[in-house]
Design a protein around this ligand. Structure first.
Ligand code: TZP
Ligand code: MG
Length: 210
């Protein structure tokens, strides 16, 4: 998959007054490299409509587009890939459906899951939740930055740190070795979405330069 560092997930509950596309376009203009559509409550048909619109937007700006959970929707809109969790379709089956050219990302919470994802041919893994988060209901306890250090030491495929990451604590995540970060609330819940993304983009590029 293409290189990336800033990854934003949709979270419409964090911007009840604002349009999904408008918020995500601001994030893109602020430097986000990947957008993931994550919608646990809408009907399949509504998820498909949002996915179509986000696919168009991300194409226009040449940004990667990933769909959470819904493999059929991802294929229908020609998304770049899917993101699955530990309780979703197993990686091997997801790969059969998606084909070799699509991106498959998997959430992991412990090193055994990271090893399994790497061995199974995942394109990237999510590593988290690093900190406490209210953005996910069935979330496990924070894995802390210790898990990032384990992944850095052992895993070769790209990983993205997620869960409770904010401007005020992102340095801890970077210091533990993360070069890619993923957020919901700190980005889409911001008053100035583009401005926040620009700050993260700049922090991450400083890290790469060092
Ligand atoms: N997976 C692990 S933590 C999380 C997901 C989807 C939620 C991240 O949201 P936030 O608002 O950035 O903590
Ligand atoms: Mg899932």
């Amino acid at each position: 998959m293409r290189e990336f560092s800033l990854y934003a997930i949709t979270g419409e509950a964090f911007h009840p007054e604002r349009d999904l596309l408008e918020v995500m376009e601001e994030a893109i203009l602020g430097g986000v490299d990947i957008i993931q559509l994550r919608d646990k409550t809408s009907s399949k048909r509504d998820v498909l409509q949002k996915a179509k619109a986000l696919r168009e937007l991300t194409k226009k700006h040449d940004v990667m587009f990933i769909v959470n959970d819904h493999i059929d929707v991802a294929l229908a809109v020609d998304a770049d890939g899917i993101h699955i969790g530990q309780d979703d379709l197993p990686l091997a089956d997801a790969r059969k459906i998606m084909g070799q050219d699509k991106i498959i990302g998997i959430s992991t919470h412990q090193i055994e899951e990271a090893r399994e994802a790497e061995a199974g041919g995942a394109d990237y893994i999510g590593v988290g939740p690093i900190f406490h988060t209210n953005s996910k209901v069935d979330v496990v306890d924070p894995v802390t930055t210790n898990y990032i250090e384990q992944v850095v030491a052992e895993i070769k495929i790209p990983f993205v740190a997620i869960g409770g990451i904010k401007l005020h604590n992102v340095q801890q995540v970077i210091d533990a070795g993360a070069t890619r970060i993923c957020m919901i609330s700190e980005i889409v819940g911001a008053n100035d979405v583009k401005g926040v993304c620009e700050q993260f983009t700049s922090i991450l590029s400083e890290r790469v330069k060092r």
